[in-house]
Design a protein around this ligand. Structure first.
Ligand SMILES: Nc1ncnc2c1ncn2[C@@H]1O[C@H](COP(=O)(O)OP(=O)(O)OP(=O)(O)O)[C@@H](O)[C@H]1O
Ligand SMILES: [Mg+2]
Length: 337
């Protein structure tokens, strides 16, 4: 669907060159909600803007639906762009135009007849839940409502792809959820592929199927959101995950533990129920729970428990082997065996 090949974007400034995107290769499938996270300056917006050629890549290729966008120019590029909608953190509505006219603006650019424009705008406002605001001006809307108008406008020309640049970053948590739910609905009902960039891992956990983590213009890690949460490979990814699922245990508590401290991760169906209690019954081992949670990612449970194990070394080793055989991952965090 979206193929990004060896894409680089280097900005030339008065003081020298700045790397925005550094040799990124990614494939985004049709119908997917794909998340790109990273701290400020990681290159997320640069990458996203290259996808619709708002920014021309310095090198590399972008193809959307089999069309190599980097080879298009003029009218052909303009037409290809109509099939890629985009929304931003700061909405960018036209303040002198009503809600209706803001959405109609995108259709006028596509030179549609008046009657068709009217019915399409009404349909779009209905979909984003703003039919009653059609004649008001952006200044009279809340942030969430402004983003809904921007979404309606972005969908006006029936795009196949919607690019979202920090679309919920200016919104409070409840409004963020309502916009994320709207994006989910659009993805499902209209089968629009969504690429979403954000610095909030919570947003990715909420709606994305797959994700990438960027730093210094590069993709550091990539995969299904579930696997990234279950098996983070880099310190950067762990940091992002801990912003959503914190496993911090106070040092004073850790210092009171003398047995090995293990982290047990259960993936998928067997989110741990039964396995730990079975283990503690079968072996002469006592478990002292320090932390535990079951997260639901894309409706699949991911159970993570941290505990101190007390008992004979051999019994502890056997207990760990037993847990591992029951489809779990065990990581020794401290006081190794
Ligand atoms: N037009 C530009 N001219 C020069 N440098 C730029 C330009 N746009 C971005 N950069 C630089 O490219 C790098 C990546 O910036 P980018 O805006 O893509 O990051 P980001 O991940 O979107 O950050 P944020 O989360 O703050 O939006 C930064 O070092 C930035 O300073
Ligand atoms: Mg940005």
């Amino acid at each position: 669907m979206i193929e990004i090949r060896n894409l680089s974007k280097i900005y030339k400034t008065k003081t020298g060159t700045v790397i925005g995107v550094d040799d990124v290769t990614l494939s985004i499938q049709e119908g997917e909600i794909y998340g790109i996270v990273g701290y400020s300056g990681a290159g997320k917006s640069s990458l996203l803007r290259c996808i619709n050629l708002l920014e021309r890549p310095t090198s590399g290729k972008i193809s959307v639906n089999g069309t190599d966008l980097t080879s298009l120019k003029g009218e052909n590029l303009r037409l290809a762009r109509l099939k890629i909608g985009m929304i931003f953190q700061h909405f960018y509505l036209i303040s002198q135009k009503t809600v209706f006219d803001n959405v109609a603006f995108a259709l006028k650019a596509a030179k549609l007849p008046e009657a068709q424009i009217k019915s399409r705008v009404e349909e779009l406002l209905e979909m984003v839940g703003l039919s009653d605001k059609r004649d008001v001006y952006p200044a009279q809307l809340s942030g969430g409502q402004k983003q809904r108008v921007a979404i309606a406008r972005a969908l006006a020309n029936n795009p196949k792809v919607l690019l979202c640049d920090e679309a919920t970053s200016a919104l409070d948590p409840t409004t963020t959820m309502s916009i994320l739910n709207l994006l989910k609905k659009i993805n499902k009902e209209l089968n629009i592929t969504i690429v979403l960039i954000t610095h909030e891992m919570k947003v990715v956990k909420e709606i994305c199927n797959r994700m990438a983590i960027m730093q210094n213009g590069r993709v550091m890690e990539e995969g299904t959101v579930y696997e990234v949460f279950a098996n983070p490979q880099t310190g950067l990814t762990k940091e992002f995950i801990e912003s959503v699922v914190s496993f911090e245990i106070p040092e004073v508590i850790l210092n009171k533990c003398d047995g090995p401290i293990v982290k047990v991760i259960f993936k998928g169906k067997v989110a741990g129920e039964g396995v730990i209690s079975d283990t503690l019954q079968q072996f002469k081992v006592k478990g002292n729970f320090l932390h535990g949670s079951i997260e639901y990612i894309q409706e699949l449970p991911l159970g993570i428990f941290i505990m101190e194990l007390k008992g004979e070394k051999e019994e502890i080793n056997n207990a760990i082997k037993y847990i591992e055989n029951r489809a779990a991952q065990v990581e020794v965090l401290r006081n190794g065996l």
